[in-house]
Design a protein around this ligand. Structure first.
Ligand code: SAM
Ligand code: SF4
Length: 328
C-alpha cells in the first residue's frame, strides 16, 4: 500500500469567483459559519499532534479561495517552520496574488498552483461567472508577480469543458514553450455542477494530448511530478504538460493524499462521503489526542480499500459537496 503522507487542507469554502464547474452562480451553497471554521490554532494542533507524528510531510493549502483567509500568511509561516514538512504548496485563482505573493514567499511558501482556464477575457469571465472588465488582467498580473518573487516553476491548472474553452487547448499548451511553467489539464469531474457535466460532458486527456501532438509533437518528460499527473513536453519547450485523468483512469493505487475540509472533516478520498472523521468536534470536546491519532491511523489504513470500493460502486456519478467545500 502507498504511504499516505500528503494532506490537502481547505482553509475556507468561500470564493470570490463562481466557476461554472465548481460553484456556479445561482447554486445554493450553505457556507460554513465563521465559528465552524477550524481556527489557526486548531489547524496547527492537528498538523503537529496528529499528522506529523503519522508521517505526513506534504501539505497543500486550498479552498474555496485560500487567499480570502486573513491569517493565511501566518498559517504559512507556522507550517513552514515545521522541519518535518518538506513540501508546502498553495492552490489559488490568483486574483489576490499581486498583493500577497511576496509575503507568502517570505513566509516560506515555495510552490503555487494557479487556476487559469482561458487566455480570452470574455471566455475567462464566462467560466469564472464574473463580469468586471479587468479580471483576467488582474489574474495575469498575479501570476507574473508570483513568478517574479520566486515561485519557479509555476504550476497552472486547466479544466477543459466542451463548448467553453475547448478551442484553447493549444493556446494554453503554447504557454509552456517559452516559459518554465507546468501546465496541468485536469479532467472535468461531476462535482459542483452536475447539469453542466451532463450537458457538456468532459474531454479525456488522450484527446487533449492528441490535439497537442498534432500541432507540435509530444514527448514524455524527464521531469516527473510527485502526483497523479502523466507528464509530457512539447519538444524543445521550457515547461511541461501534465494530464490528470481521474475520469478516464483509476489511480487509486498511487494515491497518497487525504483531505481536511475547512470545518474539520477528514476525508480519506475525494469520492468518499461516508468514511470521514470530524476532527473539529474531537478537538472542541477535548478528545484525547492519542486516541484521535489512533482514529486517523485507522482511516489511513482503510483508505485504499475505500477508494477501490467506491470506484466499483460507480461513486464518480454523485456528490453532495462541491470541490470548494472538500478542498480541491
Ligand atoms: N480557488 C482555488 C483555485 O481555483 O485554484 C483553489 C480551490 S479549487 C476548488 C482547486 C482546483 O479544483 C482548481 O484547479 C479547479 O480547477 C479544480 N476544480 C474545481 N471543480 C472541479 C471539477 N468539477 N472538476 C475538475 N476540477 C475542478
Ligand atoms: Fe473558486 Fe477555485 Fe472553485 Fe473557481 S475553482 S469557484 S476559483 S474555488
Amino acid at each position: 500500500m502507498n504511504q499516505v503522507d500528503y494532506l490537502r487542507i481547505s482553509l475556507i469554502d468561500r470564493c470570490n469567483y463562481r466557476c461554472q464547474y465548481c460553484m456556479p452562480e445561482g447554486s445554493e451553497l450553505d457556507y460554513i459559519l465563521q465559528k465552524d471554521l477550524l481556527t489557526q490554532e486548531e489547524l496547527l494542533t492537528l498538523i503537529k499532534e496528529i499528522f506529523i507524528p503519522l508521517g505526513f510531510s506534504k501539505i497543500r493549502l486550498t479552498g474555496g479561495e485560500p487567499l480570502l483567509r486573513n491569517d493565511l500568511v501566518e498559517i504559512v509561516n507556522q507550517i513552514s517552520s515545521y522541519e518535518q514538512i518538506s513540501d508546502l504548496a498553495l492552490t489559488t485563482n490568483a486574483y489576490f496574488l499581486e498583493e500577497k505573493a511576496e509575503d507568502l514567499y517570505r513566509a516560506g511558501l515555495k510552490r503555487i498552483n494557479i487556476s487559469l482556464d482561458s487566455l480570452n477575457r470574455e471566455t475567462f469571465n464566462n467560466i469564472i461567472g464574473r463580469s468586471a472588465p479587468d479580471l483576467w488582467q488582474k489574474t495575469w498580473r498575479g501570476i507574473q508577480k508570483a513568478y517574479q518573487v520566486g515561485f519557479d516553476p509555476l504550476k497552472i491548472n486547466v479544466v477543459i469543458i466542451p463548448g467553453l474553452n475547448e478551442g484553447e487547448i493549444e493556446d494554453l499548451a503554447e504557454l509552456t514553450i517559452e516559459r518554465n511553467w507546468h501546465l496541468r489539464y485536469i479532467e472535468f469531474m461531476p462535482i459542483g455542477n452536475d447539469e453542466l457535466f451532463k450537458n457538456r460532458a468532459w474531454v479525456p486527456s488522450t484527446e487533449i494530448r492528441e490535439r497537442i501532438k498534432q500541432r507540435w509533437g509530444l514527448i514524455e518528460s524527464q521531469v516527473k511530478g510527485n502526483g497523479p499527473a502523466d507528464v509530457y513536453q512539447i519538444p524543445g519547450a521550457k515547461g511541461t504538460l501534465g494530464f490528470i485523468s481521474q475520469m478516464s483512469e483509476c489511480f487509486c493505487d498511487r494515491c497518497n493524499r487525504v483531505r481536511l475540509s475547512a470545518d474539520g472533516w477528514l476525508r480519506p478520498c475525494l469520492l468518499n462521503e461516508t468514511g470521514q472523521i470530524d476532527l473539529k468536534k474531537a478537538l472542541r470536546s477535548n478528545q484525547n489526542l492519542e486516541q484521535l491519532q489512533q482514529a486517523v491511523r485507522l482511516l489511513l489504513t482503510d483508505k485504499s480499500d475505500i477508494n477501490f470500493k467506491l470506484r466499483e460502486k460507480g461513486a464518480l456519478s454523485s456528490y453532495t459537496r462541491t470541490m470548494s467545500q472538500i478542498g480541491g
